[in-house]
Structures are given as structure tokens and as C-alpha cells.
Write a new protein. Structure first.
Length: 428
């Protein structure tokens, strides 16, 4: 999610719950569709921002407009990849892979859309501090399993409560049936890759995967936008700037809130480094530059505004959420596999109950559960992060422990065959 410098959060008791119909008519119909409900759901975040002023209507209008804007550089490349071979700007996947691996200079006579795409991702912005980016990666890795829990439960499944983006996954067949485990594994892999040492430098795995993700987003948008089935007047563009920025917000500021709710201590310096890492990731993903932030509070301000614009509910979210829950039955364990899969499923439902509450579970049609798994996690994290994490030796231990968990977790999804990048299908 993203924030304007001037964004302000409404804390006044008499604020209007919804925008006047005339102010919403210029935007997709889902814009601010369930604002009154969203305000109630956003009360904890609003309390966090108690002294930040009222809602910025100009920012809300900008969010509405950007539901109808795309990553144009990515869109041009997607169009060139799917164009006819007679097109002088035709790009092949071989050319893209060569440019991604070795730089655009390694591609003989590159077509203009390919040149423009890599001109957007290869130059490093002046504000990037790679020492801070690397520290942000170490912070993420020290979070260990808590980070993976928050990403799965709060960032991914939690976001399925809101309509719009889940329909894109339904359109592409993502996170349903046998693809659920693969898709969540690829998301885990990407979030892990960006946190490695120097991973976000030009030759790093995090850089390559993030640029790869940007192209996949553009291809998905191209496919659905031209399918004839997508109602843009209702939903906006399939992969649009507002939803793309919201996804970024789930991975940075929401992640920090989530791990704190699990007892993890996050210092101001750690927050700053973590946010800086994801600011650069957002730049590479093609998020609009004025919506990139490396200050957590500023990001929270925007997240609240984004929440107000969402459409709560819909038919797409529940099957996606349940597919991820049932995918726990496909995790790969070397011993006691059936028992450990059952435990993984029960643990996931328990933590979802903690993060989403009774209503969230009901609205996603998830099986009822009690948050029994959370108290021991909080106790363990209080010891690990509030006590051990205050010393240099303790932080080194947390980093080693986090790295061990990352390797073990990826093996549960991929066995020993962790792919460098997922394949891209441009036939559709």
C-alpha cells in the first residue's frame, strides 16, 4: 500500500462513512463500495494514527483513478512478447531472459519495448542505500517463521476478504486445485530471495525474481484485459497501480504489524531498514514512484486510505482461502508426514482465527477454530526477540535460526528442486 505525503487519517467521530455518489461515479464501481464496514475494520489502524489528522479525499480520489492505470512499461513489453512475428517491435522470451541474466547490452539490437523495460529497472535510483537494503534483508530473515506466518495468514489469506484482486487469481486459475501449493511456494520463494545478502543488486537473485514478477503481472493483465470476460467498469484494470501498491503494503508495513502481534520486537532502526528494502522492491515491481515509502508510519497512513477504498466480500475469496488451507495436506515431510500435515492445517486455521477474527473466518467460509497455537508462539518470540534479540550474539543466532527455517520451509514446498524463477507462459 502507498501513501501521499499529505495523506491524513480520519479520527473525528463525525466523519462521513461514505463518499457522495457523485464523487464515486468517475471510478470503478467497487471503489469505496463498503467504506462504512471498512472503517469499522480499520479502527485498530486508525488508533495507531490517532494524531495524523483526517482522511485525505484527494488521496482517495487518486487511488480510485489508479484502479484504471497500469504499469505501462510492463504492458508494452507484454504486448511485444505476444505480438505477431512480423511486428518490428516483437520481443522473444529468449531476449528477455538474456537481458535479465546479463543486461540489456548483451542483447543484439534489442527491440524498443525491451530497451524501455530494462531502462526502467536497471538504473539504481539515487535514494537506494544497499547497506540499508542488506540490513533490511537481515531483519526479515531474523523474523524467521513469524514472517512466513504473517505473509500467508494476514497478507495473503487476509487480503482475500476484499473483492477485486482475488478475481484475477480465479481468472488465471491461480491458487485453486493442484496449483495452490505451487503458487504459495513461489510467493514464499520470492519473499525469501529479496532478503539475501546483496540479493537486490543487479546480479542478485532477488533483483531477477522481482523483475520476473513484474513481467508476469504485466502478462496476466494483458491476458485478462483482452479476454473479453473482465468487467473493468466494475473492477478497474485486472492488475492496476492501486492494487499493486496495496500488495506492496501487505509485504512491508502489514508484515511489521503482524510480527509484532506475534511478540516480535521491531526497533525503529529495524523498521527503517525493512521498509527501505521493500521500497526498492516496489520500485522494481513498477509501483508508482510517489507511492513508495520507507517510513512505516507513512505507509500505515496510506494503508488506511487504501482500506477505505476496498470492496469487502465477494465470491472469489473463500475458495482461494480454503485452497491454501487444504494445500497444507500436500506439504512434503520426510517423517510422520500425515500427522505433520494435519498439524500444519490445524495450526494455520488457529492462527487465521487470531489474525482475522470470527467474522473474517466466517466471511471466508473457513472451518471454525480457536487461536490455541498463538500463545506459545508469542511466549517463544518474547524470549527470542525481546531477550536474545537485544544482544549482537542473540541477533546472530536469530539470523542463523531464520535461515535454517527458510531452507526447511522451501524444501517442504519444492523438495530439493528450488527453481531459480518460475516459467512464464506467453501463449495466451
Amino acid at each position: 500500500m502507498v501513501a501521499h505525503e499529505s495523506s491524513r487519517v480520519d479520527t473525528s467521530a463525525g466523519a462521513s462513512d461514505t463518499a457522495p455518489p457523485s464523487s464515486r461515479s468517475r471510478f470503478p464501481r467497487r471503489f469505496r463500495e463498503t467504506e462504512a464496514l471498512n472503517r469499522r475494520q480499520g479502527r485498530p489502524l486508525r488508533l495507531l494514527l490517532l494524531h495524523q489528522g483526517g482522511v485525505d479525499e484527494e488521496l482517495l480520489a487518486t487511488i480510485g483513478k489508479r484502479l484504471m492505470t497500469r504499469d505501462e512499461v510492463g504492458a508494452a513489453l507484454a504486448n511485444a512478447l505476444r505480438s505477431d512475428t512480423t511486428d518490428p517491435d516483437k520481443v522473444t522470451m529468449k531476449q528477455f531472459r538474456r537481458a535479465l541474466a546479463d543486461g540489456i547490452a548483451a542483447v543484439p539490437d534489442p527491440p524498443q519495448p525491451l530497451k524501455d523495460f530494462f531502462a526502467a529497472v536497471e538504473p539504481v535510483p539515487d535514494w537506494v542505500d544497499f547497506d540499508l537494503v542488506n540490513e533490511g534483508g537481515r531483519v526479515a530473515r531474523r523474523f524467521g517463521r513469524s514472517a512466513a506466518d504473517v505473509m500467508m495468514q494476514l497478507a495473503l489469506i487476509g487480503s482475500y476478504r476484499f473483492d477485486g484482486p482475488p478475481r484475477v487469481l480465479v481468472e488465471t486459475g491461480g491458487l485453486t486445485g493442484g496449483s495452490a501449493l505451487q503458487r504459495i511456494a513461489e510467493t514464499q520463494q520470492w519473499a525469501t530471495a529479496v532478503s539475501g545478502h546483496d540479493a537486490m543488486r543487479r546480479d542478485g537473485a532477488g533483483f531477477r525474481l522481482t523483475v520476473h514478477v513484474r513481467l508476469m503481472h504485466a502478462l496476466v493483465n494483458h491476458q485478462i484485459e483482452h479476454s473479453g470476460r473482465w468487467d473493468a467498469e466494475r473492477w478497474g484494470l485486472p492488475v492496476n497501480q492501486a492494487d499493486l501498491a496495496a500488495t506492496l503494503g501487505l509485504f512491508n508495513a502489514v508484515q511489521l504489524l503482524g510480527v509484532r502481534l506475534l511478540g516480535v520486537r521491531v526497533t525503529r532502526a529495524e523498521s527503517r531498514a525493512f521498509m527501505h528494502l521493500w521500497k526498492y522492491v516496489g520500485h522494481l515491481m513498477g509501483v508508482d514512484q510517489d507511492w513508495l515509502h520507507d517510513r512505516e508510519l507513512r505507509q500505515h497512513r496510506f494503508n488506511y486510505h487504501l482500506l477505505l477504498t476496498q470492496s469487502y466480500g465477494g465470491s472469489a475469496g473463500p475458495p482461494l482461502a480454503n485452497a491454501l488451507v487444504e494445500a497444507q495436506g500436500e506439504l512434503r515431510f520426510t517423517r510422520f508426514a500425515r500427522l505433520r500435515r494435519a498439524y500444519a492445517r490445524a495450526r494455520l486455521l488457529s492462527m487465521l482465527r487470531y489474525f482475522l477474527g470470527r467474522r473474517g473466518m466466517r466471511d471466508l467460509r473457513l472451518p471454525p477454530a480457536l487461536p490455541w497455537a498463538v500463545p506459545p508462539i508469542i511466549v517463544a518470540n518474547l524470549f527470542r526477540h525481546q531477550f536474545l534479540g537485544r544482544t549482537e550474539a542473540g541477533r546472530r543466532y536469530l539470523l542463523r535460526s531464520g535461515d535454517r527455517f527458510i531452507r526447511r520451509n522451501l524444501r517442504r514446498y519444492f523438495r530439493d528442486q528450488v527453481p531459480d524463477v518460475a516459467p512464464i507462459d506467453i501463449r495466451h
